[in-house]
Design a binder for this molecule. Structure first.
Ligand code: FAD
Ligand code: SIN
Length: 538
């Protein structure tokens, strides 16, 4: 089956939905999304959105905090863009119906690691859910937007698919092949412009705060089609996810204990109750995430303990119940009253700073293809993302992209798609061997967690590379002869994402931000600005 639309948006988190709402003013938009519309990293965001509204704050302070956290690799123009456009776009979100927490009528501001000021607006500790609710309400009441759930993008359609030998110059994107999970069919979706908004990569690790959709599909599709991919070595581990024993299977998602709790006064302690952050950074529990996660990792290795504690008892029960009701409820459900008892926490893979390289308007290196949100590498985050800057980045870049797409629609407007072939499933069949998929998935997660985690070394990275290469070869053979389904697509993408992370990590011969190597424990003076990888075989 073939579908046509003006703009195809892949993914329904903050990036995809906020872009679609704006683009619907001048075009028909089709959103396709892998599961239920709300299932996304966005939906689980807790802390909030960083933005300058306090009279004690300034754009300069927010910019400086972001650059400082990014350890010398942020692109200043991109940082300035998100910071200075933030307040206006937050106003738009409020007008759209997002209910942020207020204090005496004014937006309530929280604080998180690496921020020199209180500047995090939030909806209690369920900020993402509230934003997703309001955006989805607007999308489902918009007659120019159609949304298809349980549809997974497989690959982008480029010249590669139909005029391979005659193509010269820049490659373009004409839509995507999409797997309809309910009907078990593959659609050809043709579009003038395509926007990748597929979110993050956390699921390549065993212990992650990300939901199961976060398998890096968009980045993998972009790489296969020839997009430039950047800074994949910078995987952010959130310092404090709830420790609940070792129960990590293929589909696990760790519950996050928001950094905003440390912003409000909670303190990290070792299992025997001792404070330790003073030995690592003057900002103690409120140092940037790379420093806190490495400190926890070091303490756990030093003591042999499985977790450290977050002590929330300095906060009053009233404050906990008022600002963190969801975290309170979750912990109580496992028998922990956090107003009296410490919370066992461990670091967990949380955010991929790298992705498909984009310019300041979300344009990729492929014509007619944009990328927004966590799948993109805009230069905002550098070597380490500042807390609560990613919802902001998605909002601002979606706004910029929606403006240039209006102009691009005019030039992209060629309706002759007759030479684009439908998906060719010949030579593939259903297999009896589905167990291989879950085994491969688990193997990838183990390799990434054991060898490509918070602390890395050449020995571990090369070991991981050899194993991932072998797994990728096996998966490609399996993929060519097997009828596509979502699990198989995700597995193939996870193997590729792991490969890109390892290759980027090996390219960086220093320790910087989130990438720490015991072979190169210092930052280098002659450092690589961005690690860029592109697929030379297309
Ligand atoms: P997502 O919100 O992840 O949306 C991706 C969408 O793409 C989903 O709809 C998914 O189903 C779809 N998709 C994926 N693959 C395919 C495919 N192949 N085909 C079709 N659809 C596909 N950031 C902050 O700034 N502040 C916070 O407080 C904060 N808290 C966080 C808490 C948690 C627990 C987590 C996990 C992240 C948090 N982050 C926070 C990070 C932030 O939430 C994400 O970076 C951001 O929401 C990403 O938005 P997105 O639209 O790019 O992707
Ligand atoms: C948190 O609430 O700790 C998450 C914030 C973020 O990832 O930006």
């Amino acid at each position: 089956m073939r579908l046509k639309t003006d703009i195809l948006v892949i993914g329904s988190g903050i990036a995809g939905l906020s872009f679609a709402i704006k683009a619907s003013r001048y075009s028909r938009v089709l959103i396709i999304t892998k599961k239920d519309s709300a299932e996304s990293n966005t939906n689980y965001a807790q802390g909030g959105i960083a933005t300058v509204i306090s009279p004690n704050d300034s754009y300069k302070m927010h910019i400086d905090d972001t650059l400082d956290c990014g350890a010398g690799l942020c692109h200043r123009d991109a940082v300035e863009q998100i910071v200075t456009n933030g307040p206006e776009l937050i106003k738009e979100l409020i007008e759209l119906g997002v209910n942020f927490s207020r204090e005496e009528g004014k937006l309530e501001l929280g604080r998180e690691g690496g921020h020199s000021q209180k500047r995090i607006i939030h909806a209690k500790d369920l900020t993402g859910k509230e934003i997703e609710r309001a955006l989805l309400y607007s999308v489902t009441h918009n007659k120019n937007i159609k949304i298809l759930e349980h549809h997974s993008a497989i690959d982008l359609i480029t010249e590669h698919n139909f005029r391979r030998r005659t193509t010269k110059g820049k490659r373009n994107c004409y839509g995507a092949y999409i797997y309809d999970e309910k009907k078990n069919k593959i659609l050809t979706v043709l579009s003038e412009l395509t926007v990748i908004c597929t979110g993050g990569i956390g699921q390549v690790y065993l212990h992650t705060t990300n939901p199961v959709i976060a398998t890096g599909d968009g980045i993998a599709m972009g790489y296969r089609s020839g997009c430039r991919i950047g800074d994949m070595e910078f995987v952010q581990f959130h310092p404090t996810s709830l420790y609940q024993g070792i129960s990590e299977g293929n589909n696990s998602q760790a519950f996050l204990i928001s950094e905003a709790m440390r912003g409000a006064g909670a303190i990290l302690r070792t299992k025997n109750g001792k404070k330790f952050m003073q030995r690592y950074d003057r900002r103690r529990s409120l140092a940037p995430r790379d420093i806190v996660a490495r400190a926890i990792d070091n303490e756990m290795k030093r003591t042999g303990d499985d977790f450290v504690y977050l002590d929330c008892t300095p906060l009053s029960k009233r404050k906990i119940m008022h600002e963190f009701p969801n975290i309170y409820k979750k912990c109580l459900s496992i028998g922990l009253d956090i107003s009296r008892s410490f919370i066992p926490v461990v670091p967990a893979a949380h955010y991929g700073c790298g992705g498909i390289i984009s310019d300041l308007n979300g344009r990729t290196s492929l014509g007619r293809l944009f990328v927004l949100g966590e799948s993109s590498m805009t230069g905002v985050h550098g070597a380490n993302r500042l807390a609560s800057n990613s919802l902001l980045e998605a909002l601002v870049f979606a706004d910029k992209a929606s403006k240039v797409c209006e102009k691009d629609m005019v030039t992209a407007n060629d309706k002759n798609h007759s030479n684009i072939p439908d998906w060719d499933a010949s030579g593939t069949e259903n297999t009896e061997e589905w167990i291989l998929i879950s085994q491969n998935k688990y193997e990838i997660k183990q390799i990434m967690s054991n060898y490509v985690g918070i602390v890395r070394s050449n020995l571990r990275l090369y070991r991981a590379l050899r194993r991932i290469k072998l797994i990728r070869e096996e998966i490609e053979v399996f993929y060519k002869k097997t009828r596509v389904n979502r699990e198989l697509l995700e597995l193939r993408n996870m193997a590729l994402i792991s490969y890109l992370i390892i290759r980027s990590a090996l390219m960086r011969k220093e320790s910087r931000g989130l990438h720490y190597s015991t072979d190169y424990p210092k930052t280098s003076k002659t450092f690589l600005k961005d690690t860029i990888i592109s697929n030379k075989t297309v």
